[in-house]
Design a protein around this ligand. Sequence first.
Ligand code: PMP
Ligand code: GLU
Length: 389
Amino acid sequence: MLTNRINSLSESITIAITTLAGELKAQGKDILSFSAGEPDFGTPQVIKDAAIKAINEDFTKYTAVDGIPELKIAIANKLKRDNDLVYTPNQIIVNNGAKHSLFNLFSATIDKGDEVIIPAPYWVTYPELVKYCGGSVIEIQTHDYSAFKITPQQLKDALSPKTKMLVLTTPSNPTGSVYSKEELIAIGKVLEGTDVIVASDEMYEKLIYEGTFTSAAEVSNDMYKRTVTINGLSKSVAMTGWRFGYMAAHNTELIKATKKLQSQSTSNINSITQKAAIPGLNGAADADIEMMRVEFKARRDEAVKLFNAVDGLSVLKPDGAFYLFVNISKVSKDSLNFSKDLLAQKEVAVVPGVAFGSEGYFRFSFATDIKSIRTGIKRIEDFVKELKS
Ligand code: PMP
Ligand code: GLU
């Protein structure tokens, strides 16, 4: 009954593990879950107020497929203010979360046989969507000793006449690595003279703990033209359930093509979310964003210190996002079994590195309270001790 295309698609492992942890908790188990890629904070009040106002004003009908004009202007202003990027509204489309932006982008650009370069460890969704669209995934493996970043030479080696796209995630899920301006310039230089699209997923842009954030499109005119910037508010203003994301591209034909697909699939995103997103973009929620960032930074510092004190484990201090990618290669060769046993024996949920294309690690989300972080790492320490004995 089902197509080969759908049969070859895997479920999102990050969502699956988070759901399983929730189910075990509901059964009364004392589960500590560090699997979720979502902030534990509430959505800022200014955003909730804008949504309530939209409901009360009956802003509850279909809207333009690609987003209401005032929202697209708010996105354009945000891109100018934060990233020094100039886009007009016809170079922007609003989607049902950044995951939907990626789905639309890949659907519009990837044909059978096209190659898409994805640095590993990668966020679980990219390779699945590429394969779903008929493309081939070309992985570039990175490691903790190179800060989980690709080098210009690795990119050069991965390029072929079939390369259609390079996916960049900065800050990264699952490692928290952030590309510097110089590193992005060097990547851009390698791509000069090619038609390769850069899909730059900048979802964690606001969660930077060291240095500054640079958007891929801002490093050169050549990069501006080839880059599709994907962003949203799920992580920065704790709006995961509201479903808001967007993409911006120099190429208006590309945006038009994704709008056509959206017009035949989901239509506009939720009208209320569109009104609510505006204060998330125009600076009205900046104090809330900063409060969350400061809290995440304190958790990161504590969690990194505790993990690095565990004999057999090591972790880099990430510059952004809210994940640690913990190296377990001294104690286990199989991250899936490690994570399964950890959940069964110590009731701690993490995501195995293999789900992100990199064996020898697990992902630990510190988007949870500090008390749970301390107790969770203690349980992991006990688990590792027992493994070694
Ligand atoms: N990109 C990255 C790197 C992510 O971690 C996520 C996680 N949800 C998304 C995109 C999608 O976000 P959403 O669909 O909630 O906007
Ligand atoms: N992106 C988040 C994560 O990596 C949410 C889950 C998902 O969308 O796959 O955990």
